[in-house]
Design a protein around this ligand. Structure first.
Ligand code: ADP
Ligand code: BMX
Ligand code: ZN
Length: 282
């Protein structure tokens, strides 16, 4: 059995062929189209998987957004939405939220004594996946774990989801970029990280603001789930120095809210692998 796994993110689209042992045989990546229409997204995904799909028996999709009855819906429509996922290849398709998928893969990589774990991606948005007593929480409609849309600051920026001051609006790659001014105006989060590395004070402030916001979210997550571990992924989450900064701010919270933090074992492939695991019924 060969699985064609896809990861649909707000910034990049990834696809890979995986064998039954979940070894990645071939992997491709394309930028997410700037136009967030379902048509543009379907065309980009079809171009991405065209060289791979002839060798696959089934499709497993990890996608940003909420997947309901095979249709991708956005909570934050600035990021994406509105696509029927089965239409991409016509193969049997399982689809799940990207952060929920990544949480499942990371849980599989954990030691047996871990039963309660939370995965947080800091990427275009901020997504989450909760494992409670060994089970992946999806909720009644797929919304479970959308930690990026909890309140960080009632006086903070508007979030694309319609609320004000969400964690995502401050801590995500898009939130970091949106707050940049002057010499950094118009820069993406990746550029802001490299400017911080060159000593730019504003860039460093923006990254600290994100890390501090994420640490407070992790305190809330500990209080809500009493998880044993929080795993951090996404390109911002995995950027050099970011996790150490989150640890620094979490250490300033009262002891009851402290929890072990780890970088994603599967790095940028956690979503792909988690979706493939779920499609295999594992
Ligand atoms: P997606 O959201 O599509 O899953 P990513 O996890 O790559 O994609 O997250 C995209 C965000 O991460 C963008 O805001 C981008 O600017 C930022 N980013 C990408 N690479 C890096 C990097 N090396 N360091 C810091 N931020 C990065
Ligand atoms: C948003 C939301 C989540 C997603 C998270 C991370 C949309 C389209 N997406 O909070 O479902 O898990 O972003 O997504 O509403 P990414 O694109 O940053 O990987
Ligand atoms: Zn929001």
């Amino acid at each position: 059995m060969t699985t064609l796994a896809m990861d649909i993110g707000g910034t990049k689209l990834a696809a890979a062929l995986l064998d039954s042992n979940l070894q990645i045989r071939e992997r491709r990546e394309l930028p997410t189209p700037a136009s967030k229409t379902p048509e543009a997204l379907r065309a980009a995904l079809q171009a991405l998987v065209a060289p791979l799909q002839g060798r696959a028996n089934r499709v497993a999709i990890a996608s940003t957004g909420i997947i309901r009855e095979g249709v991708l819906l956005a909570l934050n429509p600035h990021n994406l939405g509105g696509l029927t996922l089965e239409q991409i290849t016509g193969l049997p398709t399982l689809a799940v939220n990207d952060a929920q998928a990544a949480a499942w893969a990371e849980y599989h990589a954990m030691a047996d004594e871990i039963s309660d774990m939370v995965f947080i991606t800091v990427s275009t948005g901020v997504g989450g996946g909760v494992i409670s007593s060994g089970k992946l929480l999806t909720g009644s409609g797929g919304l479970a774990g959308h930690l990026g849309h909890t309140l960080a600051d009632p006086n903070g920026p508007a979030c694309g989801c319609g609320r004000v001051g969400c964690v995502e609006a401050i801590a995500s790659g898009r939130g970091i970029a949106a707050a940049a001014e002057g010499t950094l105006a118009g820069c993406d989060a990746k550029t802001i990280f490299s400017r911080a590395g060159q000593g730019d004070e504003q860039a460093s402030r923006l990254i600290h603001r994100s890390a501090r916001t994420l640490a407070r979210l992790i305190g809330d997550v500990k209080a809500t789930t009493d998880c044993q571990i929080v795993v951090i992924g996404g390109s911002v989450g995995l950027a050099e120095g970011y996790l150490a900064l989150v640890e620094h701010y979490l250490a300033q919270e009262p002891l009851a809210y402290h929890v072990e933090l780890l970088a994603a074992h599967y790095r940028h492939d956690a979503g792909l692998l988690g979706a493939a695991l779920l499609a295999q019924g594992e």
